[in-house]
Design a binder for this molecule. Structure first.
Ligand code: HEC
Length: 158
């Protein structure tokens, strides 16, 4: 689907190019070729409809619902991904989130269990290896992040 829309788009761009440069009538009384008008319409449709369609497909399509490693994420895990990016990314390393911070432990290596994540988020951590504030997100948020980590930790993008 993605490839098909992409090809149509390119055809549209190319035909627009032809329409503008290739078949300009030369000399007085010479008419535009019959297909110039359809090519223009096609180009306009391609850009006006194709582009937004592509953008929509790209942002909400299958690519968006999988981890970088191609694992399908459910709704809760997707929510966890969003929370991770906004809250946890600044202190932890996690390949799937392109997080490289080293204030807290590397979660790809730690591969924390669901209960450990929920506990760490709700109670915070201060065991001598730095500080993690408590209650960074609410309980549902903690469970969502835990579900996300359960799915992707240890599966960095290839
Ligand atoms: C301000 C920086 C910071 C933020 C933000 C942060 N963490 Fe941490 N995290 C740490 C530090 C530092 C440690 C290690 C604490 C220690 O050793 O006592 C840690 C430890 C952990 C651990 C391991 C706990 C254990 O007992 O081994 C997990 C799991 C964890 N964090 C998950 C998360 C999640 C999920 C989020 C987002 C909701 C998050 N962290 C946000 C700094 C942070």
């Amino acid at each position: 689907m993605f490839v098909a829309v992409f090809i149509v788009l390119w055809l549209a761009v190319i035909s627009a190019g032809f329409a503008i440069y290739g078949v300009r009538p030369r000399g007085p009384g010479v008419k535009w070729s019959w297909w110039v008008a359809p090519a223009f319409v096609f180009a306009a449709l391609g850009l006006g409809v194709g582009m937004p369609t592509l953008a929509l497909l790209y942002s909400h399509g299958p690519r968006f619902r999988t981890s970088q490693d191609g694992l399908v994420l459910d709704k809760q895990q997707l929510q966890g991904r969003t929370i991770f990016a906004s809250v946890c990314k600044k202190c932890h390393t996690l390949g799937d989130a392109e997080a490289t911070a080293t204030i807290g432990p590397n979660l790809d290596l730690l591969k924390p269990s669901t209960s450990l994540v929920v506990d760490a988020v709700e109670h915070g951590r201060a065991r001598g290896n730095g500080q993690m504030p408590e209650m960074l997100v609410d309980h549902a948020g903690a469970e969502a992040v835990a579900a996300y980590l359960q799915r992707v930790a240890g599966h960095p993008p290839q």
